[in-house]
Design a protein around this ligand. Structure first.
Ligand code: ATP
Ligand code: MG
Length: 726
């Protein structure tokens, strides 16, 4: 196999697959590591093993994470655990050398040369300043295959190691010196742990040829040393205290072996989440957490696709009993002895079900337990005495082994809300023909729209705005008031038209809302039923209806709108093409009892929860009421000398902004024309408002979203009487 496929080749490969199931399997094949890439990794591990053995005899360098857990992709990081056995951790005094190499290095700790040129070092490196002169132990590795021979060459050849830049050298020396700086106010154990980490960093930097950009992250929950390895192009982390990671990586690997559907599903969802900005660092989910979420979902199917950990522990033999850091890590080593799952759902169905389930789970009030394969209620806090230290938050996903750890504790409410919105939107898309079958016209179909990265404005559309907690009906009334009275939006609650003849924009909007024959036909049918019946209609759908279900590349879509025209016909004022955002994908139109009216049911936010239905407002703004507010507010406050309430003041600011805009229009003020239309939606399941752009020819939606993110919660609070304003 040659170079890994780029994104375009990947999409091409998927487009050519015969069906969604095949697309998911193809995705794995296109993304997973090749045999040569695996061998290269294993050579880097061997290289590290040899170098570290000189300093820590008996140590073992153990890969974990995506290199071993079955979810490897081209270029994934190399997670390593440096297992120091009894030497590890606080018990070990870093000043008590374990080897002649370490002894010699520590004899002159501030001198980087000393560390790098210890006589026992297998790399015989003259130090970080000139690693290119060093010899690597790669030539002593296992019998080379053609690929590994190439890899060995890349690792061993002195020429393949570019010289270190003076900046790196300087940084290296500075870092090395830092190793031995006094630890300040750190407590003894922490100081020792940190010193050990720095020592490992120094060994990496000074003695492993080709390694650069080494830095330690002692403050992480699991402290690590980060590194890059130039010849292999790999980057990774070394940790000293994460033995549990070996168990959880082995567990993920067992899950892959237990059911052939696990890998395609996880690969698809990792790729999907990445394109939607849901995974990464900071407040986002990381891949480990996302993978556990998928496994948890598979445990909760009926019948389960994967057994709970409790079940797996029961199935393990005596000799498989393992305890790590006080946690039970017992599960069978081999999948082949276990019963296959009785669940026969197809991959596309599991994918669609994942989206649908996650969008409806009550995340804040439950702890998703992989051990039990169940959600545990935690709305009133954790059960007394259990799992001290587990941090509850908007998304609670319990580590399968360290039960006191919420692997999604870093995830903010905003990100959790976005995850659910993305799932809701994708669940809707999975109900469309566009997902279910290959397009005969070569249009994106199946996984493609799900995996294409989204544009910034479409990501905004799925970023909810937090609202103050309040009874749902009061919250809705407050939102309505703010949108209409405070901000001057023309609004249509739940998509119902108010009266005929309202502005141009409404007419256009009606045009978009009317064009939904297929969705209405589909109502109430199973997906199989739909597929069968809709098949006969496909040409017509491709000509019109299917577009409305498209999750287009970048979340944007060209759609012909009629200005009040009849279904499928161009608008009376000529064919108009408008760029529309994703909401068209997200909405279903339900005929109401009152014929002729329609309801936009937010797939945006839209299911009914209990007795209360989600609420969606279609909003039209004719003025940039977010621009220059602060200036106008200041002027008005000065004039009114503080006599107005916050709400009155904000409504006045809006009026003044509108008046100013009209005054600028010469010679005659024109009748207001829609500037921007968007849907605002909230549901009883959480105090969030989701805004989705509908028509935005001038690209104003991101600015509006940014403004409302600050303005709405505060103003809604003021309406609810929780805050007096300022
Ligand atoms: P990637 O391709 O993103 O590197 P990965 O499968 O290696 O994917 P990571 O998120 O890098 O996943 O996690 C690697 C390992 O680090 C996990 O197997 C786990 O042991 C540990 N880990 C990562 N995140 C957490 C977390 N939030 N809580 C506990 N352990 C974690
Ligand atoms: Mg990793």
């Amino acid at each position: 196999r040659g170079a890994p496929p780029d994104d375009q080749q990947l999409m091409q490969g998927l487009a050519e697959a015969p069906d969604v199931e095949a697309q998911m399997v193809t995705l794995v094949g296109l993304r997973e590591l090749s045999e040569a890439e695996r061998q290269l990794r294993s050579l880097v591990v061997t290289l590290m093993q040899e170098v570290f053995t000189e300093f820590f005899p008996g140590c073992v360098v153990r890969p974990f994470g995506s290199s071993t857990n079955g979810f490897d992709v081209h270029g994934c990081d190399l997670d390593l655990f440096l297992d120091l056995g009894d030497l590890e951790g606080p018990q070990r005094d870093p000043k008590a050398p374990a080897s002649p190499a370490l002894d010699s290095a520590l004899a002159s700790p501030l001198d980087p040369q000393a560390l790098a040129s210890t006589p026992a070092s297998p790399v015989d490196s003259p130090g970080p300043a000139s690693p290119q002169d060093s010899e690597t132990p790669a030539s002593s590795l296992a019998p080379p295959t053609p690929d590994s021979a190439l890899a060995s060459e890349a690792l061993a050849s002195p020429q393949s190691l570019p010289p270190m830049s003076p900046v790196q050298e300087e940084a290296g020396e500075r870092d090395l010196g830092k190793t031995w700086e006094p630890g300040g106010s750190l407590k003894g154990e922490e100081r020792e742990g940190e010193a050990m980490l720095e020592l490992v960093g120094s060994v990496l930097r000074g003695c492993v040829p080709g390694v650069h950009s080494v830095w330690t992250v002692p403050s992480a929950r699991r402290p690590v040393v980060k590194f890059c390895h130039r010849p292999s192009g790999l980057h990774g982390d070394i940790s000293l205290s994460n033995r549990l990671a070996l168990s959880n990586s082995r567990f993920l690997n067992l899950c892959c072996a237990l059911d052939r559907r696990v890998r395609p599903l996880v690969y698809t969802l990792r790729c999907w989440a990445q394109g939607r900005g849901l995974t990464g660092s900071g407040p986002l989910l990381n891949n480990y957490a996302l993978t556990l979420l998928v496994i948890y979902f598979l445990q909760t199917r009926d019948p389960p696709v994967l057994p709970s950990l409790t079940r797996l522990t029961q199935m393990a033999g005596e000799e498989e009993r393992v305890e790590v850091d006080g946690w039970d890590c017992t599960f069978p080593r081999e999948a082949s002895h276990l019963e296959p799952s009785a669940n026969t759902e197809s991959l596309p169905s599991l994918l669609a079900q994942f989206f649908s389930c996650v969008s409806s789970w009550e995340l804040r009030g439950s702890l998703l337990s992989l051990r039990e394969g169940l959600p545990l209620p935690v709305a009133d806090g954790l059960p007394p005495g259990l799992w001290g230290g587990l941090r509850l938050g908007p998304l609670n996903l319990q580590d399968p082994f360290d039960l006191s750890h919420n692997v999604a504790a870093n995830v903010t409410g905003r990100v959790a809300g976005r995850l659910q919105n993305c799932c809701r939107e994708s669940a809707n898309y999975c109900r469309s023909l566009q997902f279910q079958r290959r397009s005969p016209r070569g249009r994106d179909w199946g996984l493609l729209p799900l995996l294409q990265p989204r544009s910034a404005s479409s990501l905004l559309s799925i970023t909810p705005i937090p609202l103050p907690p309040a009874p749902f009906s009061q919250l809705c009334a407050a939102i309505s008031q703010v949108l209409e009275e405070t901000l001057g939006c023309q609004i249509e609650p739940n998509g119902k038209r108010q009266s005929p003849g309202d502005g141009d924009g409404d007419a256009r909007l009606r045009g978009t809302l009317r064009k939904r024959p297929r969705l209405e036909r589909e109502k109430g049918q199973t997906s199989e039923g739909r597929q069968g019946e809709a098949g006969t209609e496909e040409p017509a759908l491709e000509a019109g209806g299917e577009e409305e279900l498209a999750l287009a590349a970048g979340g944007e879509k060209e759609l012909a709108l009629e200005a009040g025209g009849e279904e499928g016909q161009p608008g009376s004022s000529g064919e108009q093409l408008h760029r529309l955002g994703q909401p068209l994908v997200e909405r279903e139109v339900k005929p109401l009892e009152n014929p002729g009216t329609e309801e936009v049911v937010g797939a945006v936010q839209g299911e009914e929860t209990g007795s209360e239905a989600a609420q969606t407002w279609l909003c039209t703004l004719c003025h940039r009421v977010w621009l220059g507010r602060r200036r106008v507010r200041r002027q008005l406050q000065q004039q009114a000398k503080g006599e107005m309430s916050w709400l009155q003041a904000e409504a006045r600011v809006t009026q003044e902004l509108i008046a100013q805009e009209s005054r600028k229009q010469r010679p005659e003020p024109e009748p207001p024309r829609p500037l921007l239309t968007f849907a605002a939606a909230t549901s009883p399941s959480g105090p969030f408002l989701t805004l989705t752009q509908l028509q935005d020819p001038q690209g104003l939606f991101p600015d509006l979203h940014h403004f409302l993110h600050g303005f709405l919660p505060r103003t809604v609070r003021a309406v609810l009487g929780c805050e007096k304003g300022d």
